[in-house]
Design a protein around this ligand. Structure first.
Ligand code: NAD
Ligand code: UD1
Length: 342
C-alpha cells in the first residue's frame, strides 16, 4: 500500500515508519522538522534497509501539501504532524490551532484533490479531560482542559464531518494514552527539545546524568501510593496499532475513535522503580507540588481496539524501560550529536 505520512520524522512517526517499511509498504514522509531531525529518517532507512520519499514542508502550506499528496497518490494517509506541548499551547494557542486544526483541514483538502479517502489520525486521550469514570471508554464525554486538547478535539470533529460528507471515506481517530519507550535497536527514540514535559524522558535524562533529580508532581493523589497513575503504551505497540488501523480503514467506512493503551495504570513511583531496575542505579527524586491540570488516574478501556482492530498491546513496563534506556544510554544527546546522515 502507498502511505503518506505527515510528521513521519517525529517520535511516533519514525517508529511507525519502521513497521510500515518492514511490512513492505511504500511511504512518503511530509515533515518540516520543526520538532525532529532528518537523522531519524536516515536511521529508519538503515534499520529497514528500505528507502522512502521525503518532502520537507509545512502542513500549513496548503499548496505544498496538495502537491505532495497528489504527486504521491497514496492509498491512505497517517497524520502525525502537529504541535503537542500542553504548556506551550497556553502561551501560543493560535499557532496550535493553525497547525493542528487548519493543517488537518489542508490535509483533507489535499486528499480530496488526490482522490484519497483513508486517514488514520493521531488523537490523544487528553480529549477526555477530567474522568467521569474509569477506565476511559470511547463514549466518555469529550471535554479537554487546555488549548492543545481542544485542537485535537476540533481536528477529530473536522475529520468526522469530512468522512460523513465524502463517499467511501474511512477515518480512524487513534486516541493515544501515554506513549513511551523506543525501538529495540536503540537507534531511534524520543528526543525532546529542552526540558522534557513528560515523565519517562525526564526519568531517562536523570538516569543518564543529564539532570540531577526528578520532581514528583504530588504524592497526595487518591492512588495506590499517592502519585499520578497513567496508562503507558510502548511506542512499538502504538506503531503496530497504526498498521492495524490502516487494515481496518480498508474494510470499514465512516469515522471511528479508538483508544490505544494497555488498560493498566502505572504510578510515578512504580515507573521510577521499574527504571531503576533497568538502569541498575537509584534515580533521585523529590516530592514537589501537584502540576496544575493533572488528574489522579487515567487509563484506557481497550475492548474497542481489540474488537475493531484485532490489536492489543504486547509489551509491558519492563520492555518500555529497557528500550528507553537502550536509546538514552546509546544516544545521550538524542539525535543532536549525530551528523545528519548517520
Ligand atoms: P513529535 O513532535 O515527535 O512528532 C511530530 C512531527 O510533526 C515532527 O516530526 C514535527 O517536525 C512534525 N511537524 C510538526 N508541525 C509540523 C508542520 N506544521 N508541518 C510539517 N510537519 C510538522 O510528536 P510525537 O510524539 O511523535 O506525536 C505525533 C502526534 O501524536 C502528534 O500529533 C501528537 O499530538 C500526537 N500525540 C502524541 C502523544 C505523545 O505523548 N507523544 C500523545 C497523544 C497524541
Ligand atoms: C501529558 C499531557 C497530555 C498528553 C499525555 C500523553 C500535560 C499536562 N499533559 O499528560 O496532554 O496527552 O502527556 O503524552 O502535559 N510527572 C511527574 N514529574 C515530571 C513529569 C510528570 O511527577 O517531571 C507525573 C505527572 O504528574 C503525571 C505522570 O507523571 O502523574 C505522567 O505525566 P506526563 O508524562 O506529563 O503525562 P500526562 O500527565 O498523562
Amino acid at each position: 500500500m502507498k502511505v503518506f505520512v505527515t510528521g513521519g520524522a517525529g517520535y511516533i512517526g519514525s517508529h511507525t515508519l519502521v513497521q510500515l517499511l518492514t511490512a513492505g509498504h511504500e511511504v512518503c514522509v511530509f515533515d518540516n522538522y520543526c520538532n525532529s531531525s532528518p537523522v531519524a529518517l536516515a536511521r529508519v532507512r538503515q534499520l529497514t534497509n528500505r528507502d522512502m520519499r521525503v518532502v520537507e514542508a509545512d502542513i500549513c502550506d496548503a499548496d505544498a501539501l496538495t502537491r505532495g499528496v497528489t504527486d504521491f497518490a497514496p492509498d491512505a494517509v497517517i497524520h502525525f504532524a502537529g504541535l503537542k506541548a500542553v504548556g506551550e499551547s497556553n502561551d501560543i494557542p493560535l499557532r496550535y490551532y493553525q497547525t493542528n486544526v487548519s493543517g488537518t483541514m489542508n490535509l483533507l483538502g489535499a486528499m480530496d484533490a488526490a482522490g484519497c479517502r483513508r486517514i488514520v489520525f493521531s488523537s490523544s486521550a487528553t480529549v477526555y479531560g477530567e474522568a467521569h469514570y474509569l477506565p476511559f471508554d470511547e463514549n466518555h464525554p469529550i471535554a479537554p482542559t487546555n488549548p492543545y486538547g481542544r485542537t485535537k478535539a476540533m481536528a477529530e470533529g473536522v475529520i468526522a464531518d469530512w468522512a460523513r460528507a465524502t463517499p467511501d471515506a474511512s477515518a480512524v481517530l487513534l486516541r493515544y494514552f501515554n506513549p513511551v519507550g523506543a525501538h529495540e535497536s536503540g537507534r531511534i527514540g524520543e528526543d525532546p527539545d529542552g526540558i522534557p514535559n513528560n515523565l519517562m524522558p525526564f526519568i531517562a535524562q536523570v538516569a543518564i546524568g543529564r539532570r540531577e533529580k526528578l520532581a514528583i508532581f504530588g504524592d497526595d493523589y487518591d492512588t495506590r501510593d499517592g502519585t499520578g497513575e497513567r496508562d503507558y503504551i510502548h511506542v512499538v505497540d502504538l506503531a503496530d496499532a497504526h498498521l492495524a488501523a490502516l487494515g481496518y480503514s480498508g474494510a470499514a467506512q465512516g469515522c471511528e475513535a479508538i483508544n490505544i493503551g494497555t488498560g493498566t495504570g502505572i504510578t510515578v513511583r512504580e515507573l521510577v522503580a521499574a527504571y531503576e531496575r533497568t538502569c541498575g542505579h537509584p534515580i533521585p527524586v523529590e516530592i514537589g507540588p501537584r502540576r496544575p491540570g493533572d488528574v489522579a488516574s487515567s487509563y484506557a478501556a481497550t475492548k474497542k481496539a481489540t474488537n475493531s482492530l484485532g490489536w492489543c498491546a504486547k509489551f509491558g513496563i519492563e520492555d518500555m524501560c529497557a528500550s528507553s534506556w537502550r536509546w538514552q544510554s546509546g544516544n545521550p544527546d538524542g539525535f543532536g550529536d549525530a551528523p545528519h546522515s548517520s
